[in-house]
Ligand binder design. Structure first.
Ligand code: HEM
Ligand SMILES: *[C@@H]1O[C@H](CO)[C@@H](O)[C@H](O)[C@H]1NC(C)=O
Ligand SMILES: *[C@@H]1O[C@H](CO)[C@@H](O)[C@H](O)[C@H]1NC(C)=O
Ligand SMILES: *[C@@H]1O[C@H](CO)[C@@H](O)[C@H](O)[C@H]1NC(C)=O
Ligand SMILES: *[C@@H]1O[C@H](CO)[C@@H](O)[C@H](O)[C@H]1NC(C)=O
Ligand SMILES: *[C@@H]1O[C@H](CO)[C@@H](O)[C@H](O)[C@H]1NC(C)=O
Ligand SMILES: *[C@@H]1O[C@H](CO)[C@@H](O)[C@H](O)[C@H]1NC(C)=O
Ligand SMILES: *[C@@H]1O[C@H](CO)[C@@H](O)[C@H](O)[C@H]1NC(C)=O
Ligand SMILES: *[C@@H]1O[C@H](CO)[C@@H](O)[C@H](O)[C@H]1NC(C)=O
Ligand SMILES: *[C@@H]1O[C@H](CO)[C@@H](O)[C@H](O)[C@H]1NC(C)=O
Ligand SMILES: *[C@@H]1O[C@H](CO)[C@@H](O)[C@H](O)[C@H]1NC(C)=O
Ligand SMILES: *[C@@H]1O[C@H](CO)[C@@H](O)[C@H](O)[C@H]1NC(C)=O
Ligand SMILES: *[C@@H]1O[C@H](CO)[C@@H](O)[C@H](O)[C@H]1NC(C)=O
Length: 347
């Protein structure tokens, strides 16, 4: 170890200070997310997000569902990094236009409103990726579901990958084995798959996403046999053959806008809307069946698992420390970032 030729105490203090900054920066860049991340820099962030969602709910009862889905679709594609929110540009093919999202993912205007409010309250501080994580929790809580301390400190990507969004996001007509594999690929197991699918306790789906079950399921010439015949008639009325497949209906026919465990009892009465929903209960012998039964019998167990699984999903490969940036506008990357990671351009 060589010692510095300059050994004045003020210089040592400076060197130690710099060392601390470097070590701190280093640890942050590999660091974990933390519920207290904005406690000193933007203590009211969650309340601001909640207020804007509460306002939006007055005219759009499904917005909470739309927002939690954005967090899910962000996290499954190269981690929770806000990549889903980027618009097309000269260098970006947006994930918004990937098949699972195009004409389906919604709520971007509300995210922009949240970002604007947060930029006023605490400029260049709260990432778009974290906005989605907070909005997911507040949406669940406002709909009667659990509250939890959201892990924070994610930073925003400067890229998006439409191809990856098409490959990694699960589809409503995929077999349970495929859904499980896609969740396992991001570190989520069968308990997480069932718990997180419980988010279909609110929100809507278009006829295009379940019409495969109504008339000619898998080329059988008949409807999906795991679809309740009464519910089948209802759905055939909503989605006639050769009709408008952008019409939407409730994912949870029992309590459409409430976050509760009715989604799971619906599966038991063969009233899951999507094939991917019903498979969780109707795939005889699969471990998911007992998990559905548990969550039907015990809403507390569902809520507890849901919170654990949301935190796990929110931890998928975040950018932290000095990686990425804090986008000023969630729809586009900043022009440039300085060595301090802050941005130096106008919106
Ligand atoms: C298990 C695999 C999943 C599949 C195949 C799936 C598929 C779908 C589909 C097809 C829709 C309807 C989209 C449309 O019609 O435009 C939808 C809506 C929705 N999904 Fe999922 N999903 C899955 C998991 C999840 C997860 C993990 C969450 C959140 C934790 C979630 C939350 C929602 C919500 C809340 C809606 C309603 C959105 C709205 O009303 O705008 N889904 N999902
Ligand atoms: C926090 O945000 C809420 C919602 O916008 C607002 O009503 C409240 O006054 C804010 N509190 C503080 C201390 O800024
Ligand atoms: C997304 O949907 C629009 C129609 O609403 C279509 O014009 C566009 O080509 C689609 N994007 C992609 C990449 O397929
Ligand atoms: C969040 O964390 C705080 C402080 O640790 C704790 O008092 C509170 O009960 C937690 N809230 C929830 C919903 O877990
Ligand atoms: C986008 O994702 C696909 C699928 O994972 C991958 O093959 C491709 O290299 C990615 N593109 C970029 C630019 O990272
Ligand atoms: C899934 O992982 C959780 C921990 O996050 C664990 O408690 C649970 O038992 C696991 N479920 C299965 C089916 O392995
Ligand atoms: C159902 O689909 C299969 C395969 O696409 C097709 O061969 C069959 O004619 C269809 N049956 C009816 C009744 O439309
Ligand atoms: C199809 O349904 C959607 C949603 O209800 C509606 O906005 C749209 O105008 C309809 N399109 C046609 C051609 O009727
Ligand atoms: C179909 O749904 C009705 C109404 O929820 C329910 O009473 C009935 O038991 C269901 N049928 C089956 C086979 O689960
Ligand atoms: C319901 O689940 C909770 C959380 O896992 C557990 O503490 C409780 O004992 C369960 N209740 C029943 C009646 O099984
Ligand atoms: C039901 O779920 C809760 C919460 O995840 C878990 O603690 C409990 O072990 C589960 N019970 C059964 C019978 O699977
Ligand atoms: C992104 O596109 C949406 C509509 O497609 C628009 O409302 C929003 O302003 C755009 N954001 C940026 C930064 O261009
Ligand atoms: C930022 O980029 C936009 C185009 O994307 C350009 O119009 C603007 O001049 C740039 N601003 C700076 C400060 O470079």
């Amino acid at each position: 170890m060589s010692s510095s030729s300059s050994s004045s105490s003020s210089c040592c203090t400076l060197l130690i200070g710099l060392l601390c900054v470097i070590l701190l920066g280093g640890s942050l860049s590999h660091g974990q997310l933390s519920p207290t991340f904005y406690d000193s820099t933007c203590p009211n962030a969650s309340n601001i997000v909640r207020g804007i969602i509460a306002e939006a709910l007055k005219t759009d009862a499904r917005i909470g569902g739309s927002l939690i889905r954005l967090h899910f679709h962000d996290c499954f594609v190269n981690g929770c990094d806000g990549s889903l929110l980027l618009n097309n540009s000269a260098t970006i093919q947006s994930e918004k236009e990937a098949p699972p999202n195009n004409n389906s993912a919604r709520g971007f205007g509300v995210v922009d409103n949240i970002k604007t409010a947060l930029e006023t309250a605490c400029p260049a501080t709260v990432s778009c990726a974290d906005i989605l994580a907070i909005a997911a929790e507040e949406s669940v809580s406002l709909a009667g579901g659990p509250s939890w301390n959201v892990s924070l400190g994610r930073r925003d990507s400067t890229t998006a990958n439409r191809t990856a969004a098409g490959l990694f996001l699960p589809g409503p007509t995929e077999a349970l084995s495929v859904l499980k594999a896609k969740f396992l690929a991001v570190g989520l197991n069968s308990t997480d798959l069932v718990a997180l699918s419980g988010a279909h306790t609110f929100g809507r789906a278009q006829c295009s996403t379940f019409i495969n079950r109504l008339y000619n399921f898998s080329g059988s010439g008949n409807p999906d046999p795991t679809l309740n015949t009464t519910y089948l008639s209802t759905l055939q009325g909503i989605c006639p053959q050769n009709g408008n497949t952008t019409v939407v209906t409730n994912l949870d026919l029992t309590t459409p806008d409430v976050f509760d465990n009715k989604y799971f009892s619906n599966l038991q009465s063969l009233e899951g809307l999507l094939q991917s929903d019903q498979e969780l209960f109707s795939t005889t012998g699969d471990e998911t069946v007992a998990i559905v039964n548990n969550f039907t019998a015990n809403q507390t167990a569902f809520f507890a698992s849901f919170v654990v699984s949301m935190i796990k999903m929110g931890n998928i490969s975040p950018l932290t420390g000095t990686a990425g940036e804090i986008r000023l506008n969630c729809g586009k990357v900043n022009n440039s970032t300085g060595s301090d990671g802050l941005l130096y351009s106008s919106m």
